[in-house]
Write a protein that binds this ligand. Structure first.
Ligand code: ADP
Ligand code: ADP
Length: 225
């Protein structure tokens, strides 16, 4: 777990200002939901926090470290996307273990973490299956499992439920809330779904044209005057 701080962060692509002087202080363990129209800079903001893009100006801190000073292999951030790219030829177990093997985590430690995550996500009986043999919701759980086995300080999620049908979305939303309650990992979560924003978010940040328009609790944001 860690506090995430953005200090006057700007990101330009040529003449496009994707992120425009954004300052944001996300508390340790907070669930921050990021909303705003397509093209307003949400994905870019996540990628800056993940250290996948360099800031043009300003700085991003995770804990007390400037993200740009941390080498990629030491970055303690896990991302979950809407197009959960699982490796089709690998089993569920191997999909979840892959990132840990890359990081040379000892075998028995990998085994312990994968089984624990599988237990948390109800995947224990599916560990030997391949992605093609899973439902959409189960695949999404494997994608989450791959992130949580790493025990990251921060989760970055970019519309992780948007490919699921309505019923599964509701179910996974409840599971995400429970997971966050249990793990308490600082989370930044992009969505277009107002119900997700309201039920999951401790606070909601509204972006428009690269700028932060408002940061407030769900109650404040969605209250009708
Ligand atoms: P959102 O996630 O809110 O849809 P993005 O962060 O993807 O928005 O994009 C914000 C703006 O930055 C858009 O105008 C987009 O076209 C531009 N942009 C994003 N990534 C790049 C890139 N790698 N190169 C050039 N322009 C980009
Ligand atoms: P979404 O709208 O689903 O958030 P986008 O289609 O905007 O996603 O962006 C997907 C990827 O393409 C991101 O990595 C983003 O940085 C990149 N991207 C977006 N716009 C551009 C652009 N104009 N030129 C190059 N890359 C871009």
């Amino acid at each position: 777990m860690a506090r995430v701080q953005l200090v006057e962060v700007t990101k330009r692509f040529g003449s496009t200002v994707a992120v425009d002087r954004v300052s944001l202080d996300i508390a340790d363990g907070e669930f921050l939901v990021l909303v705003g129209p397509s093209g307003c800079g949400k994905s870019t903001l996540l990628r800056l926090i993940a250290g996948l893009e360099d800031v043009t100006e300003g700085a991003v801190y995770i804990g007390d470290r400037n993200v740009n000073d941390v080498p990629p292999k030491d970055r303690d951030v896990a991302m979950v996307f809407q197009n959960y790219a699982l490796y089709p030829h690998m089993t569920v177990y191997d999909n979840m273990a892959f990132g840990l093997r890359m990081r040379k985590v000892p075998r028995d430690e990998i085994d312990r973490r994968v089984r624990e995550a599988a237990e948390t996500l109800g995947l224990t009986n599916l560990l030997k299956r391949r992605p093609a043999q899973l439902s959409g919701g189960q695949r999404q759980r494997v994608a989450l499992g791959r992130a949580i086995v790493r025990d990251p300080k921060v989760f970055l999620m970019d519309e992780p439920l948007s490919n699921l049908d309505a019923q599964l979305r509701v179910q996974m939303r409840t599971e995400l809330a429970r997971l966050h309650q249990r793990l308490g990992t600082t989370t930044i979560y992009v969505t277009h779904d107002q119900v997700e924003a309201m039920t999951l978010g401790d606070r909601i940040a509204v972006m428009r044209d690269g700028k932060l328009q408002q940061v407030a609790t769900p109650r404040e944001i969605y209250a009708r005057p």
